[in-house]
Ligand binder design. Sequence first.
Ligand code: SAH
Length: 636
Amino acid sequence: MGKKRNARSKKLPVRGMVYFIGAGPGDPELITIRGNKIIKTADLIIYAGSLVNPLILADARADARIMDSSSLTLHEIAGALVKAARQGKTVARVHTGDPSVYGAIAEQIAVLKKEKIPHEVIPGVSSAFAAAASLKKEFTVPGVSQTLIMSRRAGRTSVPERESLASLAAHRSSMAIFLSVNMLEEAVRELIDGGYPQDTPAAVVYRASWPDETVIRGKLSTIAAKVGKEKIRRQAIILVGDVLGETIGEPSRLYASEFKHGFRPAIKGNKNRTAVIAVTRDGAAIGRTILNSIRDAYLFLPEALHKECKGSRISYYDSLAETMEMLFQTRTRVVCIMAAGIAVRMIAPCVKSKWEDPAVVVIDDRGKHVISLLSGHWGGANELAQKLAKLLNGTCVITTASDVRGFPALDLLIKRLGSDGFSKKTLRKIQTNMIGGRPTGFYPAQLRALPGMEEHDNLSFYNSVDELCASGCSAGVVFSHETPSRYAVNERFLFAHPKDIVVGIGCNRGVSAREISESLGTVLNNRGLPLSAIRLMCTSAVKKDEKGLITFAQEQGIPLRFFSPAELNSVPVPSKESPVARRVLGVQGVAEPAAILGSQRGELILNKVKTKNITLALARMAFAVLIRESREDARE
Ligand code: SAH
């Protein structure tokens, strides 16, 4: 009772009921139990004969009326629904997949609402999910994509311009494209134009979950031709995205462990992840040894070997070439346990430049030779090879010119001690100058302590930049925050900001990452410091869950370190005690003591400055400490 009577119609409330039921993708076992129950009791069943498996109707009552909607107009369907419901009948309107996806239920529901006919929707398994199941893939692999876009290309039904495939492609997320396989070539063109790289994995699944299901895998660049050969023009779904490739994904929330350890430089992207690929049984055994000694390493095996060798960090691959491509895209360090020739052939299509390519190390499957093959310095292959050779008791093969002559690797030196934004061309010139035995100068003089520096007569070290510039050295490397234009320098002198700035930060609860970015940006700008010169950010232990701060640090790849009240009170600071900090946290202040502590009692170069919600102070780590830390990092 209690339902308001429609004054105009004066009819009794309708006793019948219309159920929109998702029949699932085809396999009659993939309908929900609830959907099946309704079908068992329905007086009238209207189903889309073109896509719904008639076997779903096997449980229908013998006297149920069954209509195929494929030959009916919306008007006729709605009319049938209304009429039956008014007669008190139970109606099952059966749609393929899930009714909410291209089910055209909106207009049917509008009619039912208008006619005050009770109705309910029972969900189903969409073909997008059946297709993913056939491929055994996850649409949302952490670190690869966390979004699934379901869309279609415009056909007879138009698609809003802002949802064109090209504009959706810009996200490079996982995508399921319905109703478009007959326009596959055009769809692919739009997806590539919109932003997916040509080699993005793609698949077409024809009649997912039906006995004649066909799966075609490829890349955006190849899929249309492959599907064309199979003459698939309908009843197929297109899936696109890196998740379809050989993904390993993030084992846990990105950065989580870095934050636990606090002090280690945060890992940006995948640069500290290692993929070990083996092709033989002996190789697999070596791979397992490596897994046991390298954190964040994953072993990839051919499917047959994987069957005998399972483990949480062991996975298998279908295609070595595709796996390699994914690893290069995600800049994962790669250890190939195979003949160097095979490795070279596999990596050849992926190789770009020493600044972009990940480290590639090759090991023969007896572990005798460990070869640093690609990105020896910047990518870290030399260090990785040395470490692995030691682990396996093998011979390490390194061929980079500076290393074989015992010179320091200047690019690595800058990577460890300096911040971004230096001229790579200049660096190359200096490297050539140094290896060629010509006089090369360094500032500050503490650089002398690094391995490979002292043994060479042509390397000299200076206590001031002026001295270095006046020295007659034909090339030089300077770590300084001073502006280089003050000196008479040519392009054989490289000026890099040392990565030695430690930010002490105090902030109000709920401050946004953006506000932090703006305040810090202003403070750094005023001092001519780049953001990349920040080595570490430090704050009070009560900020361990401060979302904006954590987000900012993660986004910038800056490690965060937290200090307890006792620690914050343990160092003298120049500014007056903050009454608020004393009252709320029981400390003399946060920004200044945190910066001083984080810099290992370096020099405070900016006393605290306060904006609305944020207090900042900057300290500089002593160069000797910076060197010591970077050497410890290298040993890690
Ligand atoms: N509601 C449905 C989609 C209906 S639109 C669902 O959730 O799946 C029809 C489109 O769905 C087809 O053009 C095709 O792209 C896709 N489709 C439906 N069933 C499919 C199946 N078994 N295998 C692959 N694609 C299917």
